[in-house]
Design a protein around this ligand. Sequence first.
Ligand SMILES: C[S@@+](CC[C@H](N)C(=O)[O-])C[C@H]1O[C@@H](n2cnc3c(N)ncnc32)[C@H](O)[C@@H]1O
Length: 261
Amino acid sequence: MSEAGFRDWKRYVTDDRWSEIYSDYQQRYVNNPRESDRKSAYLARLALLESGVRSARILDIGCSTGNFLRHLRRVIPAAALYGGDLMEKHLEECRSAPDLRDIEFTRMDILALPNGNPFDVIVANAVSVYFDKPEYELACRSICAALKPGGTFIGFELVFPGDKEQQFVEPSDAHPEGLKLELRSEDFVVAAFKKAGFAECTVSPFDIPIDLPPRESTQEEPDAHLYSRTERDPITNRRLLWRGPLFQPWAHICARRDSTS
Ligand SMILES: C[S@@+](CC[C@H](N)C(=O)[O-])C[C@H]1O[C@@H](n2cnc3c(N)ncnc32)[C@H](O)[C@@H]1O
C-alpha cells in the first residue's frame, strides 16, 4: 500500500494471486491477438521497413504471458525477439511454453533496462500506465539508452490529446485497496520523450475497429465489469473505450531515438 492509501505497481508485480488472475485473462488472447496488439505489431513492422533494418532485435517489456510476442513472431518472422517483465510467475510461464522456446525471457525493469546490447525496437503495451511522472520520465530515459541510435519505441498507453490529464484510483476484487492509473497528456508524453533523447514522438488515439460488449462480473471473474467495453459516440460515431466509470483514452505512442546520439 502506498502512503496515499492505494496500491502502487511495485506491489502488484509481486502479487502471486494477481499474476494468476492476469494469466487467466491472457488465455483468451493466445491465438487471437487484441486489436491494440495488432496495431502495436504493425507499427513495429513499419518502423523496421522505414529504417531498412533486416535482422532486428525487438524487446517486449512488460511481456506478461507472451501473447504479443506470439503475434509479433507471425508479423516479423525474421526478428530476434526478447521478453522482459518483473513478474517472475509470468516469465516462468513463458519459458515453459513450447511455442515460445525460441524467445529469450529475462527479469527486467523498464526503469533500468540493460543497455549493453541495444534493441532496434522496444514495445511496452499497457506497462507505464501506473507510473508517476518522475518514474515515467525515468522509463523514457531507460528506453532511450536501451535502443540503438535511430531505434523506435512503441507504447500503448492512456494518453489524452493536448494538455488534459487525470488520475484514477480503481478498486477491484484483485486490488481491493485500489490501483492508481495515470491518464497522461499528449503534451507531457511528447516532452518526456524529447527530453530523454528522442528526435520524434507521435501519439495516435486508438480507434478500435470492433465492438466490445459490456460484461457482468461472475464468481469466476469478479472483475469482468471492469474489462474494456465500447460505446458509440453519437457525434463522431467512433467507438469510445470505457472501463467501469472510466473513459480510457488509449493511444499508441511511436518515438524514434535520435540517430546521431
Ligand atoms: C497491464 S500488464 C500488460 C501486459 C501486456 N503487455 C499486455 O499488454 O497484455 C502490465 C505488465 O507490465 C509489467 N510491469 C509493470 N511494471 C514493470 C516494470 N517496472 N518493468 C517491467 N515490467 C513491468 C507487469 O508485471 C505486467 O506484466
